[in-house]
Design a protein around this ligand. Structure first.
Ligand code: DLL
Length: 435
């Protein structure tokens, strides 16, 4: 039984009263126990008692990833380390990772949040979840695992990789739900086609896909290739892990943020000023129930829009539109802002292309240039180079028309783009060191 299931449909007034109580307690806890927060609040001359209503959250300092890293490994913990029963770390590509910790109660709450998310996807005890998120320091595998067990699902801890074995177990164990990154789900679909496994014959009814940005067009692609509903799950290790928000099966239009545990804001990327509902900006979270690793106004760098409109599922929690991208992944090509998901959307509308792509960015003198590498579907490949050149020219024009940026589209043979087991690398930026 999910103990706080009623919180999902609380009238806004009651929900906000609960949030305020929890916010006050969190701020108090951060101020009393975490040196970083105390110093940051003192610098702004804010004391815990200044938080009198939810809008007062804007008085609090922002927290950024660099600051978490500066306190590596355990400097941001708000409890003695002997109360920490688990740590995870976010995948820093360079240098030290960001370490996060959980008390026993944090783990139980996280399990509840993920159970709630899986339940929003229509899953019930008796369902079977094939979990292909990576197990380990990454929060995806264990996060979904505990949530699935909390809900009472048969949990299949497959982890990522070994795609042929994934397919064998999907057939033999008759999982009704699959969770992994959307890019890995495509690999599974591709492998199924190679091996002649008919996805229609599997018991799968829903996919719980997240951990990387993906487009609405990718949803259609996944739903048609895997023959199931594809839903978006969101989260980040610094705030908890997967299950901070989840799309519901009924609405399929943006992710409910579990507001009884997270206070969410959308702020202007440059000024940090809170934006009204409906405007696009950076998503910021303050945790409301975490013990070991509470966060105040954590800047996610994820870009989206918050929408308050009621949902047909009856949940009262605000919805966040699917993430358009991370501010660090936003490419500025000759003055035009481009997110990889926008390019993805155009590619996926072109039927003859396969959904595997990677963007390269170069600097030629003072000019930036973008090359979009995408694979041809086998029938397109069979039509020969001249025909493929025509398709490339058409896609180049579509990208210019829809996104406003000129680029070069290179159509590649099947298998040319590296397949991912977890988060796909969508951009290789040759302007940055290391590429
Ligand atoms: O990716 C947690 C997670 C695991 C979420 C499994 C969903 C499913 P991190 O490795 O810390 O944690 O990466 C967090 O991934 O700030 C986003 O940029 C991105 N991200 C996560 N979910 C989504 C999503 C996990 N549904 C970072 N859509 C976040 C777009 C997502 N981006």
């Amino acid at each position: 039984m999910i103990f706080d299931v009623d919180n999902e449909t609380l009238p806004r007034e009651e929900l906000e009263a609960l949030q305020l109580r929890r916010l006050k307690a969190t701020v108090e806890r951060c101020y009393e126990t975490v040196k970083f927060y105390r110093e940051a609040m003192d610098e702004l001359e804010v004391k815990p008692h200044h938080i009198q209503n939810l809008a007062d959250v804007k008085l609090l300092p922002f927290t950024k990833k660099e600051q978490l890293r500066d306190n590596y490994p355990f400097g941001m913990f708000a409890v003695p380390t002997d109360q920490v029963v688990r740590v995870h770390a976010s995948s820093g590509t360079t240098g030290k990772p960001t370490v996060v910790g959980y008390t026993r109660r944090d783990i139980a709450n996280w399990g509840q949040m993920v159970a709630r998310s899986l339940s929003a996807a229509g899953l019930r005890p008796g369902d079977r979840l094939h979990n292909a998120y990576g197990y380990g320091l990454f929060t995806g595998g264990l996060g979904l695992h505990y949530g699935a067990e909390t809900l009472g699902l048969m949990t299949i801890p497959m982890s990522g990789g070994q795609t042929q074995k994934q397919l064998m177990l999907l057939q033999d164990f008759e999982a009704t739900a699959l969770c992994c990154t959307p890019s890995y789900a495509l690999n599974i679909a591709e492998e199924a086609e190679v091996l002649g496994v008919d996805m229609k014959k599997l018991a799968l009814k829903v996919g719980i896909f997240g951990a990387e940005p993906w487009s609405e067009e990718m949803r259609y692609e996944l739903e048609s290739r895997l023959h199931m509903d594809a839903l978006d799950i969101y989260g980040l290790s610094e705030v908890m892990g997967p299950g901070v928000g989840m799309e519901c099966l009924e609405g399929k239009k943006g992710l409910h943020i579990w507001e009884d545990h997270f206070l969410v804001e959308c702020v202007d990327v440059d000024t940090g000023e809170p934006l009204p509902y409906g405007e696009e900006g950076e998503i910021v979270f303050t945790s409301l129930s975490k013990e070991a690793f509470p966060v105040l106004r954590y800047r996610t760098r994820d870009i989206s829009v918050l929408e308050p409109a009621p949902c047909k599922c009856g949940r009262t929690h605000v919805r966040m539109r699917r993430i358009s991208g991370r501010s660090d992944d936003m490419l500025i090509i000759r003055g035009v802002n481009v997110f990889p998901t926008q390019v993805e959307a155009v590619l996926m509308r072109t039927e003859t292309l396969s959904p595997f792509y990677q963007i390269e960015v170069f600097r030629d003198g003072f000019m930036d240039s973008m090359v979009v590498n995408v694979e041809a579907s086998p029938p397109l490949h069979a039509k020969g180079q001249e025909y493929m050149d025509k398709v490339a020219a058409k896609v180049q024009k579509d990208i210019k028309d829809f996104i406003g940026v000129s680029c070069r589209v290179k159509i590649q043979p099947t298998g040319a783009i590296e397949r991912s087991m977890g988060k796909a690398v969508r951009v290789v930026d040759h302007r940055k060191k290391g590429h």
